[in-house]
Design a protein around this ligand. Structure first.
Ligand code: GUN
Length: 284
């Protein structure tokens, strides 16, 4: 079987065009420009590159943004007080603290401090709780982007067996929940799963979020599966590759996302969607 490529790049472009219109409409009716503040502690090169993409995305759709760039040795107390100020700042609608943080700062404390209304990452435990029980809230960006990719590719989720490889709080667990809400039957696999291939072979929808280059090979994929590759791994030659061995997997899968140009552009797009949603929630 020769598979179709699910282009996150194309869907992101289309979604951002629609979003730009929605932002214009919101701004002209309220006189409010949605605003995202990003906080970076330290100089992690990967984080700097992600942040550049987020700021470029904001500009593209008419969302204003700023970056608070703090030194690596910033104290947790200082960071929490900056978040407190942003929580109280009416001009700021979204707050994103880029992860990972330096080890002397407790990530959980920081995420807990962000106002639930401004939590555009969807990481606050209260928002995670709302998502778990299907209440409307700000959804985590990568999982929300994955659902949109599958739907826009015209693939049915309801009744399908979705197998997720990886159980992180950012991707594996929330995407499992969102797929369940779309009426998939869901299995989560992880490093202690006994027979991974036996599990992945059963997947109508396979989501790979392990963080290991080319970990999922064609022999682990069911004929005609929809394969979503969340991995972003850098090879020794500096090339990016996913968790799925793309070329061989593409012979087996019905549809597959590439890396780069698959899930990544949708993650940033959903952040922009969330920032507009946050501005609307705060305004109302
Ligand atoms: N670092 C890697 N991915 C993410 C993300 O989605 N949000 C934040 N805040 N930091 C990240």
């Amino acid at each position: 079987m020769s598979s179709s490529i699910i282009s996150g790049k194309e869907l992101a472009k289309k979604t951002r065009l629609e979003l730009k219109d929605s932002v214009t409409e919101f701004t002209s009716s309220t006189d409010i420009t949605p605003h995202l503040t990003v906080i970076l502690v330290g100089d992690n090169p990967a984080s700097l590159s992600y942040i550049k993409g987020k700021q470029k995305g904001c500009k593209e759709v008419g969302i204003s943004s700023d970056l608070i760039h703090l030194q690596e040795d910033t104290t947790e107390e200082k960071l929490l007080s900056i978040i407190e100020q942003l929580n109280n700042n009416k001009k700021v609608h979204g707050i994103l603290v880029q992860l990972p943080l330096p080890t002397h700062i407790d990530e959980d404390q920081v995420i807990n401090k962000i106002s639930t209304l401004k939590d555009v990452d969807g990481f606050h435990p209260k928002n995670v709780g709302k998502m778990m029980i299907g209440q409307k809230t700000l959804l985590p960006c990568t999982p929300a982007g994955i659902i949109k990719l599958i739907k826009e590719a015209g693939e049915e989720i309801s009744g399908k067996h979705a197998v997720i490889v990886g159980r992180s709080n950012i991707v594996g667990k929330p995407v499992a929940q969102l797929l369940l809400q779309e009426n998939a039957t869901v299995t989560i696999c992880h490093s202690r799963t006994k027979d991974l291939k036996m599990m992945t072979k059963q997947a109508d929808i396979l989501v790979a979020a392990v963080g290991k280059a080319n970990y999922i090979t064609a022999d682990m994929i069911k004929d005609g599966a929809v394969v979503i590759d969340v991995g972003v791994n850098r090879l020794e030659n500096n090339k990016l590759c996913g968790d799925v061995e793309f070329n061989s997997a593409a012979d087996v899968a019905k549809a597959i996302t590439p890396v780069p140009g698959g899930v990544g552009p949708m993650t940033i797009t959903m952040l922009l969607v969330n920032t507009l949603e946050a501005a609307k929630m705060i305004h109302n």
